[in-house]
Design a protein around this ligand. Structure first.
Ligand code: FAD
Length: 458
């Protein structure tokens, strides 16, 4: 019998779990797949728990993009297809001295036509005129790889500050003045044409013909990582919890020894699916230069406060999916989701409103704040933004330290250098996950499949 090839996956988030599942599912060869997870649960940044009388309210991600196939296909593959639901199409707001409806004709904040910003009073007259001339400007050549720089050049300060930065910032907890344009493909692709507005219009009209933008299992996002975990076990893979990898050594036969505090696992291929900052020390012996560069990766931290607000304290007029707060207007809260408006299945037994408020982003660390302070600051912001005094019946605070890797300008060339170095110093050691080629769940799944394929082909 052929000796099984051994693969060790470090990190049991969506990336590590999907890599293990994809490896086991897509081969007939004998394969020994081990996932090592430092915490006492799998799922990483995906977590769902009971709240306000409901069984499953997400503590982190509450949906995945379904206009790209990877997450949706995986959900169907692991048996969750019939449970998928989409948010109600009820629009969302930006808070800028009051709530302003986010125009529907945008590509991640980039206006697709004049009416996206000409009507309403989100922009000043000067801001509207500046944005309107975008199609007449010569093509912008981007050498800085910086979203803020390009958007200001094309549309002026207001479109950047009030639309693009809040929308991109809400996905990446980012400051778009220090964030790679290339790593946000929806915006980067618009640069291929002379006018970004006309390019956005063409893209939007294609998108309009397709189905829902987001999906989620009705039992919460953790249903996805739980279902993948079950499949890994069925296919003979092994998952070890409370197994923090401390470092990796290369053996004389070109295999690797992956060391945890109390045991070790040998692999012919290794997948590093933990965040870059955590991965750096693991490869210090294998490739000191790659380790040093990974140790410089920035990660932003956020706190998610979930509140159950009695319906009597809620304003009837607040019927949208929530709002974003642009940087110049930010005090603490950066985004608020009106969960019970957004999701039909987030209806509590006593009909309270589930609200999720995000605090913190790149450049603002909130982790030194106590729980009481976080609650007080959040309630004060809600009062300031919505003019309501809320006394939540239930509050859940989820701290997500270092959860959002920051793709600094020239991210991809830096990553290419690290991977080239690793290929030579440590062949068959692969990087995958949110720190590298996309932070969204579909992008993590895509990376996992691609990594599994490379391993199976080698
Ligand atoms: C608040 C919040 C909201 C979000 N909302 C959305 C959303 O709506 N839609 C969306 O698509 N994305 C969303 N995201 C992003 C998405 O959830 C993450 O980018 C994705 O889940 C990351 O998966 P991952 O497997 O790459 O990393 P992680 O989930 O970070 O998993 C890495 C795992 O590695 C483990 N680990 C670390 N060090 C070691 C070690 N030394 N040894 C062993 N294990 C180790 C960690 O414990 C962790 O479990 C959100 C993220 C957050 C924080």
């Amino acid at each position: 019998m052929t000796k099984p090839q051994r693969v060790v996956v470090v990190g049991g988030g969506i990336t590590g779990l999907t890599t293990a599942y994809s490896l086991l599912k897509n081969t007939d060869r004998p394969l020994d797949v081990v996932v090592l997870e430092s915490s006492s649960r799998v799922g990483g940044l995906i977590r769902t728990s009971p709240f306000a009388g409901l069984d499953a309210i997400d503590e982190g991600a509450d949906a995945f993009l379904s206009r790209v196939p990877w997450a949706s296909e995986l959900a169907h593959d692991v048996g969750l297809g019939t449970t998928l639901t989409s948010p109600r199409a009820i629009g969302a707001h930006v808070w800028h001295n009051g709530l302003h409806l986010i125009p529907s004709d945008l590509m991640l904040g980039v206006p697709a036509n004049l009416k996206s910003f000409a009507s309403g009073n989100l922009f000043t007259l000067r801001g509207k005129i500046r944005a309107a001339i975008e199609p007449t400007l010569p093509r912008t050549t981007d050498t800085q790889d910086c979203i803020g720089h390009v958007i200001r050049k094309r549309f002026g300060r207001e479109v950047h500050e009030l639309l693009v930065d809040p929308l991109v910032g809400s996905i990446y907890a980012a400051d778009t003045d220090n964030f790679s344009l290339e790593s946000v493909p929806q915006i980067a692709e618009l640069m291929n044409q002379r006018s970004m507005m006309l390019a956005a219009r063409a893209t939007r009209s294609k998108i309009k013909q397709s189905g829902p933008i987001f999906e989620s299992p009705t039992s919460g996002m953790q249903a996805l990582t739980d279902a993948i975990t079950a499949r890994i076990h069925q296919l003979g893979g092994r998952i070890f919890l409370d197994s923090a990898v401390t470092h990796i050594e290369k053996s004389a036969d070109n295999s690797y020894v992956v060391r945890c505090a109390e045991n070790a696992h040998t692999g012919d291929a290794i997948v590093l699916a933990a965040p870059a900052k955590h991965t750096a020390p693991l490869i210090a012996q294998l490739d000191p230069s790659a380790a040093q560069q990974l140790s410089l990766w920035s990660h932003a931290s956020v706190v998610m406060l979930t509140l159950a607000v009695p319906r009597s304290q809620w304003k009837h007029s607040l019927t949208s999916a929530g709002y974003l707060v642009p940087k110049p207007d930010q005090r603490w809260v950066t985004a608020v989701s009106f969960g019970s408006n957004k999701w039909a299945h987030w209806r509590t037994p006593d009909d309270s409103m589930i609200v999720r408020a995000s605090v913190g982003r790149d450049g603002i660390d909130t982790h030194s704040l106590t729980d009481d302070t976080l609650v007080n600051l959040t309630l004060a912001d809600l009062k300031h933004h919505l003019d309501i005094d809320v006394e939540p019946q239930e509050i859940r605070i989820t701290r997500w330290p270092d959860s959002f890797p920051q793709y600094r300008p020239h991210h991809f060339s830096r990553l290419a250098g690290i991977e080239a170095s690793l290929t030579v110093a440590a062949p068959n050691v692969h990087l995958a996950g949110a720190s590298y080629r996309g932070i969204g769940i579909p992008a993590c799944i895509q990376q996992a499949h691609a990594t599994a394929q490379v391993i199976l082909e080698s």
